[in-house]
Write a protein that binds this ligand. Structure first.
Ligand code: HOZ
Length: 424
């Protein structure tokens, strides 16, 4: 038995499923996790000394690659000054200024500790601001694990095949309405029925928790229009797209401005961070200025801020990095599609910038229903083959592939060769 297997045997006795987050248990591909010891650039190293080309990048934040020297140096320096004060600091002002500068729709921001927390708080704020209770979310979009959003969710909820979570009282989800991604009619129906009661529409501008589903032209714009018509807020959950598709996130990429935006791990450069922000008029309702309560001892933590600021500053100072990353990604995903087509498979490769996903279906994937047509057993076989050949993929059909600046053309070509071998 290797180290990972031994560790997993121990882990399952003391942690539910042997993990601290469900998808990483590898259950949906019928294997067990590799226990990761370290990472550098585009690679992960497990406890058995195996090296993997990593296509998860900690689920998004590692845009510069793992253990970037500048990020590590700034974190190390911050640690020496103290780990947490639970008090106001200069570095959190610096972070807030940076975010407001980078994202034009954000005039004020509140740092929190995860995407889940950011979204949960943004929903509360939208309800407080509008004085309404209902929210619309899209089937297959995942917005973290807070009660009111665990309705027809993506990510691990979709992977496990459980539509909704146990332990969520019906009262918590009675105001959550579901609509179909890329289908404005299903949104309009809700608004026609109870538009005056809808506080907000929350959407992943690129759905990246049911694989990767790009928004159809006009979809995001349509959401904005209908929200404006009914006085509801449009919330972009940019936990996965923020600072990844470009320095101004999906809203810059698609040119659609939301009222509120939520961020997650990416804003912390790999440290546990989240944030929500938007128009001043709305944000000034957050406590202690306004009556929407939200708090956290570790919010704006100085070590986490140091990591985030360093990565964001590097990206801000090098706009060419995004051009490079997105071009390399376009080429990579196109080559993937070609490899499968040449081998006679009409599998779908969806991608937006560096986010991508391979679906084992002949159907175009535009929403939850079409994503579900993917053959998950075929995905499991493919995923296990890739892992055995040193390519670390998200162990679920319904997660994204993430490329980083450390994924050189050479490394990407090596990965493509392994895909070629697989289809052969
Ligand atoms: N929420 C992540 C997938 N979208 C999974 C995080 C993890 O398991 O580490």
């Amino acid at each position: 038995m290797n180290q990972s297997e031994t560790l997993f045997q121990e882990a399952v006795t003391v942690m539910p499923g042997g993990v601290n987050s469900p998808v990483r248990a590898f259950g949906s591909v019928g294997t067990t996790p590799r226990f990761i010891k370290s990472a550098k650039g585009a690679c992960l190293y497990d406890e058995d000394g195996n090296q993997y080309m990593d296509y998860i990048g900690s689920w998004g934040p590692m845009i510069l690659g793992h253990a970037n020297e500048a990020v590590i140096d700034s974190v190390t320096e911050a640690c020496r000054r103290g780990l947490s004060f639970g008090a106001a600091t200069a570095i959190e002002v610096e972070m807030a200024k940076l975010v407001c500068q980078l994202i034009p729709s954000i005039e004020m921001v509140r740092m929190v500790n995860s995407g889940t927390e950011a979204v949960m708080s943004a929903i509360r704020l939208a309800r407080g601001y509008t004085g309404r209770n209902k929210i619309i979310k899209f089937t297959g979009c995942y917005h973290g694990h807070s009660d009111s959003l665990l309705v027809k969710a993506g990510s691990g909820v979709m992977t496990s095949g459980v539509p909704d979570s146990l332990g969520v009282p019906a009262g918590c989800t009675q105001d959550t309405l579901s609509a179909d991604y890329n289908n404005l009619d299903t949104v309009t129906e809700h608004f026609k029925r109870c538009g005056e009661e809808i506080a907000a529409v929350i959407v992943e501008p690129v759905a990246a928790n049911m694989g990767v589903v790009p928004p159809k032209p006009g979809f995001l714009e349509g959401l904005k229009d209908i929200c404006r018509e009914y006085g509801s807020l449009l919330i972009f959950d940019e936990v996965i797209t923020g600072f990844r598709l470009g320095i101004d996130g999906a809203q810059g990429y698609f040119g659609v401005t939301p009222d509120l935006t939520t961020f997650g791990k990416i804003i912390g450069g790999g440290m546990p961070v989240g944030a929500y922000g938007g128009k001043r008029e709305i944000m000034e309702l957050v406590s202690p200025v306004g009556g929407v309560y939200q708090a956290g001892t570790l919010s704006g933590n100085p070590v986490a801020m140091a990591a985030g600021i360093t990565q964001l500053t590097i990206l801000k100072e090098h706009p060419e990095y995004y051009t490079e990353l997105n071009q390399r990604a376009d080429q990579f995903y196109r080559s993937m599609q070609e490899i499968f087509e040449k081998a006679g498979h009409s599998w779908q490769v969806n991608h937006v910038g560096s986010l991508g996903c391979l679906y084992f279906t002949e159907q175009e994937v535009t929403d939850y229903e079409s994503a579900k047509t993917s053959d998950t057993e075929a995905f499991a076989r493919y995923c296990n083959y890739m892992m055995e050949h040193g390519v670390y993929l998200a162990p679920s059909q319904f997660e994204a592939m993430f490329l980083s600046l450390a994924h050189t053309e050479e490394l990407l070509n090596d990965t493509l060769k392994i895909m070629e071998q697989y289809v052969r």
